[in-house]
Design a protein around this ligand. Structure first.
Ligand SMILES: O=C(CO)[C@H](O)[C@H](O)COP(=O)(O)O
Length: 223
């Protein structure tokens, strides 16, 4: 299993002070910046694009930027995010005509490639591409909005994906996104996740360091 990563989703940050918010959450001990891109087409919400990613790099952010593309079609925007400083780019299989080709495109652009599975997406989609991936991102809410409740059936899914990653023998991260909080993160880690996205739980709290430390301690208690 990969070392633990806590990746705050900036979807719940104060966009009017984004650079400062990202600085503060990284100073509080977060590992990655999780960057949610919504197009009002694949999901019914609209957020931020490559210019904002580039602005964070220009602001001085050096941490990995983990881009979650909720965008359809997806291929055209991938080079723009790579040029803007993304390190990890994940996409939904439904948003790509040719999933294998999209994975190769992300890698050719110098980024780590992830596939995102919605709560109702079957694991079959991993059958012929798992070993090409650097990351599997399991959504534990339906994509589109922050602040939703964790869907408990995701725990069984995390276990199944953990088995498949371990059987592959590859260094593939298992990331979970949606409704992750200090009081459920241990169960999520126990099921097999190593990378944890949390938006409202972190940015909705006055003390980012306290939440990040609480989350990391909860994960450490079961790993
Ligand atoms: O991808 C997302 C929604 O599509 C968000 O990253 C996710 O929901 C995180 O927010 P929260 O921790 O508040 O649930």
């Amino acid at each position: 299993m990969q070392p633990t990563v806590i990746a705050p989703s900036i979807l719940s940050a104060d966009f009017a002070r984004l650079g400062e918010e990202v600085d503060n959450v990284l100073a509080a001990g977060a590992d990655w910046v999780h960057f949610d891109v919504m197009d009002n087409h694949y999901v019914p919400n609209l957020t931020i694009g490559p210019m904002v990613c580039q602005a964070l790099r220009r602001h001085g952010v050096t941490a990995p930027i983990d881009v979650h593309l909720m965008v359809e079609p997806v291929d055209r925007i991938i080079p723009d995010f790579a040029a803007a400083g993304a390190t990890d780019i994940s996409f939904h299989p439904e948003a790509s005509r040719h999933v294998h080709r999209t994975i190769q495109l992300i890698k050719a652009e110098g980024c780590r490639a992830g596939l995102v599975l919605n709560p109702a997406t079957a694991l079959d989609v991993l059958d012929y591409v798992l070993e090409d991936l650097d990351l599997v991102l399991l959504m534990s809410v339906n994509p589109g909005f922050g602040g939703q409740s964790f869907i408990d059936s995701t725990l069984r899914k995390i276990e199944r994906v953990r088995e498949r990653i371990d059987a592959s023998g590859k260094a593939i991260r298992l990331e979970v996104d949606g409704g992750v909080k200090p009081d459920n993160i241990a169960r999520i880690a126990e099921a097999g996740a190593d990378t944890f996205v949390a938006g409202s739980a972190i940015f909705g709290h006055a003390d980012y360091r306290q939440v990040v430390e609480e989350m990391r301690a909860a994960v450490a208690s079961v790993r």
